[in-house]
Ligand binder design. Structure first.
Ligand code: SRM
Ligand code: SF4
Length: 563
């Protein structure tokens, strides 16, 4: 580790070092009804507990209205109906009556006021769901393929995802004490006084850490954008092992060339019994070699970028005590979700539902939240959240299919033709009014932008084409815009960068095409490109591939991940 005496550590490092339990003064502030927010340092500790302190940015001109976002940890996005019912109640009672499916298969509650924070956390834990380490400098929610029909390996891989989710959890007693027991930590207690997390150490990781599992040919989890990825290699329901990929990440800052999106490198193959040791080795390489002086350079991707793949492989092998085999051949061909009714391998049915920008809510004409509640109450369907912010009702008895379709239809939710191809593959991050880092709108404007692009596609004769479009309100990349065929990235109020050239398998970064485009100019910017695509398209070529082939002709394309 970097000796603190010679190098100026980031402030977060200093406060973690002084508070290895991550308790700060959270319990005291929580218990004080006079205070509507936590201190700056405590708001950093809150993140490790799955909570973000935010303020309603629509109201900022008047005053700062503090509120909280809570993020759940749901490995592989799987939720039994009993837990969903509890979460649905929490959304109505304490949050803004919506549940937001995240791009990492979790749920977020928005708009919780401080007086409801403790009760919300207790209710989540009572439902046997945790928010511990959903945020913070630790391993986040572990992603895994959620579509039951895509491969016999789904359930097997899900077991490994759950195992790692538990194995990589921090062990601080503070979470249980504050949010479940509702008490301050007793700092005089011997165990608390000397607490050091056995895996993370005193100062945890230099930055967040992300893990995903993928089963080729489907790259629904966007595996190459994770710090640590496992590509399942097997046949039928036999899992031979995993290709380890490492060093992906998308966050960057405008105007800072030292920050950039990076796709993960393929490191090698190993057999399943080593999964926990390999994960801990990669995580501790990040812990020991990540930059603790500059949080903008602190992700694992910069360790790989700066020290190289060979160094990284040797370091991980040393820590695990094995040699990786050469990566086994694998090929990703697509991303995304299946929609409508499908049969599972075990004879049960599942229903893929498109959820606009991942927000489960009721509107005048589309009452998805009420419909899901009714289905969960009556049919005990398991819910699975997808990495594209959509939803699957899984393990349905085929005899209940028509009744579920009817409940949805009665609430204005279609199971056939659920929105255009464009909408079903799109994603937007929350941005305004909740995200403190947003430079521009995203979730609130994408549906309208998509409507205008649909009009354009109709005009140029491309309505039957799928084009993956993703939007974020800033360059942090929360809806993974740098992997999209068209990415819109917020630069300033109402101004966006346009990125072009991602591919269907999500193995290639796109490239910046245009700066500072106003929302209302987006369609005019895209019109000549889409018209040219119609003229010069090579057979069934996709728009992203056309952009990479034609628009990038002058400059060589960025290297794709080994596919
Ligand atoms: Fe994210 C920060 C929302 C997935 C990269 N992200 C944030 C915060 C917490 C803003 C903040 O720090 O104050 C956002 C909360 C907004 C709100 O009001 O809810 C936020 N991120 C989200 C979610 C909800 C977006 C969504 O549309 O679903 C996703 C929650 C996932 C989860 O359940 O854990 C989410 N964030 C991602 C992803 C995509 C992924 O992980 O697959 C990325 C890019 C991949 C990566 O990590 O590189 C991502 N979020 C960031 C970053 C940039 C990190 C970096 O390396 O620079 C930040 C800013 C930061 O950490 O300082 C950030
Ligand atoms: Fe906020 Fe930026 Fe993430 Fe969007 S991409 S949620 S604006 S941090």
């Amino acid at each position: 580790m970097i000796p603190a005496t010679t190098i100026k550590l980031a402030h977060n490092e200093v406060i973690k070092d002084a508070n290895p339990t991550l308790a700060g003064t959270l319990a005291q502030t929580l218990a004080n009804p006079e205070i509507d927010r936590f201190s700056e340092d405590d708001s950093q500790f809150l993140k490790f507990h799955g909570i973000y302190q935010q303020d309603d940015r629509d109201k900022r001109k008047v005053a700062k209205h503090y509120m909280f976002m809570i993020r759940t940890r749901l490995p592989g996005g799987v939720i039994p109906s009993e837990q969903y019912i509890a979460l649905d109640d929490i959304a109505s009672k304490y949050a803004n009556n919506t549940l937001r499916i995240t791009s990492r298969q979790g749920f977020q509650f928005h708009g919780i006021v401080k007086s409801g924070l403790g009760k919300t956390m207790r209710a989540i834990n009572d439902a046997l769901i945790t928010t511990l380490a959903a945020c913070g400098d630790v391993n986040r929610n572990v992603m895994a393929p959620s579509t039951p029909a895509t491969s016999c390996l789904v359930e097997r891989v899900l077991q490994d995802a759950r195992k790692l989710s538990t194995a990589l959890l921090p062990l601080t007693p503070a979470y249980h004490q504050i949010w479940v027991e509702g008490q301050e930590l007793n700092l005089e207690d011997e165990k608390v006084k000397d607490f050091v997390d056995p895996l993370y150490g005193k100062t945890y990781l230099p930055r967040k850490f992300k893990v995903a599992f993928a089963i080729p040919p489907l790259n629904d989890v966007d595996v190459f954008t994770n710090c640590l990825g496992f590509v399942a290699i097997g046949e039928g329901d036999r899992l031979d092992g995993y290709n380890l990929v490492a060093g992906g990440g998308l966050g960057m800052s405008h105007g800072n060339a030292e920050t950039f999106p990076r796709i993960a490198d393929v490191i090698g193959f190993f057999t399943p019994e080593h999964i926990e040791a390999v994960s801990k080795a990669v995580l501790t390489v990040h812990r020991d070699f990540g930059d603790r002086t500059n949080r903008k350079h602190a992700r694992l991707k910069y360790v790989l970028e700066d020290r190289g793949v060979e160094w990284f492989r040797a370091e991980v092998e040393k820590r695990v005590g094995i040699k990786f085999e050469a990566a086994r051949p694998h090929k990703f061909t697509k991303q995304g979700d299946l929609f409508g009714w499908h049969r599972q391998f075990d004879g049960k049915d599942f229903l893929g539902l498109y959820v606009e920008t991942g927000r489960i809510k009721d509107t005048e004409t589309h009452k998805l939240k009420s419909a899901l509640r009714k289905i969960a109450d009556q049919f005990h369907a398991e819910l699975r959240l997808t990495p594209s912010q959509n939803l699957i009702l899984a393990n349905i008895d085929p005899a209940n299919r028509d009744a579920i379709t009817k409940i949805l239809a009665d609430h204005g939710v279609a199971v056939e033709n659920q929105g255009s191809l464009l909408r079903r593959t799109s994603m937007a991050c929350p941005a305004l009014p909740t995200c403190g880092l947003a430079l521009a709108e995203s979730e609130r404007v994408l549906p309208d932008i998509l409507g205008r692009i649909e009009g354009l596609l109709d005009e140029v004769g491309l309505m039957e084409n799928e084009i993956v479009i993703r939007m974020t309100g800033c360059p942090n990349g929360c809806a993974r815009p740098y992997m999209a065929e068209i990415g819109f990235v917020g630069k300033a109020p109402n101004k966006y960068q346009i990125y072009l050239g991602g591919n269907e398998a999500s193995t290639r970064l796109n490239r910046l095409y245009k700066e500072g485009v106003k929302n209302e100019e987006i369609v005019n910017e895209l019109r000549p490109l889409l018209s040219r695509f119609v003229q010069e398209r090579d057979g069934a070529e996709r728009f992203g591939d056309f952009c990479a082939r034609v628009l990038w002709a002058e400059q060589p394309p960025a290297p794709a991940a080994t596919n």
